[in-house]
Design a protein around this ligand. Structure first.
Ligand SMILES: N[C@@H](CCC[C@H](N)C(=O)O)C(=O)O
Length: 279
């Protein structure tokens, strides 16, 4: 089975395209084996690029633990790049069907290759029941969450997948490795959650670190950066257009109006291709 390794700001996935080969029989199991950084290719998960009746392609994403996520912001930029660069949809605007509907992506082409992608990520979901979270508030804004004897102020936002945002003084000092799994699996988040700790440098600039549901610490999270942009506006900490510094690099986020889409702009990079022995 042919695969391509790609990343968005170091958030790396193994991509398997099923336009020209059969779908893997058990993508959840394949995600677990192929993502292993010692015994597999090594990645934050697996992404399938599949034919779609509604869009140029359909994306399915699986975390490193084999669980399926509804959306992946860094992943969908790479899918758009793959569609363009590999000749499946050689256009400057492509559409991708995801777990949160059909998204539209604009590609910046340089010497025949897509380098930068701007994505219409759709409107954020702010109803607590649909995020889903049992935290107080609709949406929960700086709601108290007790973890390990401490209380954190948490804002919850869904971009199709669930996110919890905690604003802190110094995200670099936050014990993400220890508290990440406790918050991911907290009873307040019935479908688990992606956690982001954020320090605000100014109304238009933040720094963030992420613990991802199903994959642990990653170098970047696209849907998470969108959720941080929304949480910054909801809590009055940032303006509607921000630059987010993530461990793997920078993303630009924009949420023009409360009822409108969030837009994310960032790079997409292909690393190498190979063949995996079994599907
Ligand atoms: N890295 C992604 C998000 C991947 C899915 C997430 N771990 C989940 O389970 O919701 C991104 O760039 O958005």
């Amino acid at each position: 089975m042919k695969f391509t390794k790609m990343h968005g700001l170091g958030n790396d996935y193994v991509y398997i395209e099923t336009f020209h080969q059969p779908e893997p029989s058990d993508p959840s199991l394949l995600a677990r084996t192929i993502s292993d950084r010692h015994f597999g290719v090594g990645s934050d998960g697996l992404i399938l690029i599949m034919p779609s009746r509604q869009a140029d392609a359909r994306m399915r994403m699986f975390n490193a633990d084999g669980s399926e996520g509804e959306m992946c912001g860094n992943g969908v930029r790479c899918v758009a790049k793959y569609l363009h660069d590999h000749g499946i949809a050689r256009k400057e605007r492509v559409t991708v069907e995801t777990g949160r509907g059909v998204l539209s992506l604009d590609l910046k082409i340089d010497q025949g290759e897509a380098k930068l992608v701007r994505v219409d990520m759709g409107t954020p979901i702010l109803r607590a029941a649909e995020i889903p979270t049992l935290l107080p508030g609709d949406p929960p804004i700086d709601a108290p969450l007790q973890v390990d004897g401490q209380t954190f102020a948490v804002t919850a936002v869904s971009m199709g997948n669930p996110h919890a945002i905690i604003f802190v003084e110094d995200s670099a000092a936050f014990p993400l490795e220890r508290l990440g799994p406790l918050i991911e699996n907290h009873p307040m988040f019935p479908r688990r959650v992606n956690l982001h700790v954020v320090d605000v440098f100014g109304p238009e600039e933040v720094r963030m670190r992420t613990w991802e549901r199903g994959s642990g610490i990653t170098l970047a999270c696209g849907t998470g950066a969108c959720a941080v942009c929304v949480a910054g506006v909801l809590t009055g900490r940032t303006s509607r257009r921000i630059l987010a510094h993530l461990p793997g690099g920078d993303l630009q986020l924009e949420w023009p109006e409360p009822s409108e889409s969030v837009f994310m702009t960032g790079p997409a990079t292909e690393v190498f291709s190979g063949e995996w022995p079994a599907g």
